[in-house]
Write a new protein. Sequence first.
Lengths: 247, 292
Amino acid sequence: MTAPLLEISGIEAGYGNGPSILEDAGLTVENEKIHCIIGPNGAGKSTLLKSICGMLKIRKGEVVFKGKRLNGMRPDQIIALGIAFVPQERALFPKMTVRENLRMGGYRMRDKNELERRVGEVMERFPILGEREKQHAGNLSGGQQQTLAMARTLISKPEIVMLDEPSLGLAPKIVSEMFSIVKMMAEGGITVLLVEQNARIGLQYADRGAVLDLGRTIFEGPAAEILEDPRIKRLYLGGGKAERKPL
Amino acid sequence: MTDILQVLILGIALGGVYALMGSGLSLVFGVMRIVNLAHPILIIGGAYVAYWAFRLWGADPLATLPLAALILSATGILLYKLVFEKDAKSAKYSEMTVLLTFSVAMIAEGALGSAFTNTQRVTSPDYATDAIFIGDLFIPTGQVYAGAVSLAIIAALALFLKFSRFGYAIRATTQNREAAELMGVNVNFVGVVSFAIGVGLAGAAGSLISFVFSFFPGKHWEWIAVLMSLVVLGGMGSVLGTVVAAFALSVIAAFVGAWIGSTWSTMTFFLALFVILLVRPQGLFGERPELA
Ligand SMILES: Nc1ncnc2c1ncn2[C@@H]1O[C@H](COP(=O)(O)OP(=O)(O)O)[C@@H](O)[C@H]1O
Ligand SMILES: [Mg+2]
């Protein structure tokens, strides 16, 4: 087996001078696979993704991407290494047009012609974005905004794309569209690290999964195994709405 | 009819100057969430550059405008490094910067006052006392020049923001700082450069007002309320909004001045600020109701 693409080991992190939200979070992300992190609300899933890309300070442990230690680097430096992140809020520029948002996806690129070519390519692949290229991102529907945010990551041809709850607030039909984009990314050779509240669906698309609770990684393994594990099933995948029960 | 046209033209010419004064303030607020109360005293700093260049070398304030912009930009960078950089990460940042810029304004006023006294100054290139007559219309050349140069600078700024790579970074940081970082923008660097541009624009505006208004260090108090009204009406941080607000308020103030009395002309801005804050705190173009 080759070395993992991204290795997070025993990290502790929190916001500002506040308490540690992550206590002992770890994760091994392998090349060209879809990974899904599940866990109850407030477990620290979003916090983990933010720590990976330098948006908050890691107090202990380390994040290593392709042999390079990311601790202490700024987000713009980490992004430049080939990591893209679509946070829960989608991180669009509401008063920029769809085309301008896509251009921002290639902000680090120096070759303007190549950038325009890739923007054109993405708009062809996602016709809904092409049709709306002159509209402000703030005026798009939720599904279109998520599509734009995900499509925008493709511009810079990253090695790993991290998606925080891409299905949040979307109708079921749109959710499956989002997952088909995830699949398409993986088929194109991109490693996807996904956080999903909708644990069952997320794991069905994933190769590997991890369970995070109270800031700790409590299980990591093949997604199919997580789906079958009776204890995880009972605690984290329970049927219907009343999902959350204390440990 | 001529009267109305006359007042309108003056209002528009001054509106251009106000727009330039406000756009730097707006840019800095948009990118860094700094309400820079020292912006007006920095404008007066620019006016002093023009004044001394004129007095010592007889230099045209329009010719020394780039020099004033450059000197003030450098001052801006220094100010940023000394005053703002440390606090950029603090949670109370916005509140802090109001107090910080306020004290910077006071210190700068004191320093300029002791260096150059509080005598009213003005530069007087030939065109400052000229006028163009079209029929019955009387148009002071100085104000037309100042308005036209302001508009040219604002147009250049707008093109820069809209089309250059760095302009994209500035707009992105203004709209969503975190997202800009995730696109690979070094937002701290964008902050310093925007601050330098904003204060440079203050320097440029200072050169222009040096022959349109008389000035002395204490004058900046009057400008603070005027500029705040522009920036708030324009929607805090929207450069375009500030420009539109500047023209609107300037034209209204010109008519108030002509029909009611010149003391009421400045009051227009203060009253507008008050009314906007009560009625539509997000301004003309803003969407967020929060002010800082
Ligand atoms: N910006 C923030 N500042 C302070 N605390 C935060 C912030 N964002 C999240 N938290 C806290 O961190 C904990 C984990 O949140 P989060 O990572 O968003 O959980 P999840 O994504 O698993 O639902 C929660 O207790 C939340 O209150
Ligand atoms: Mg979350």
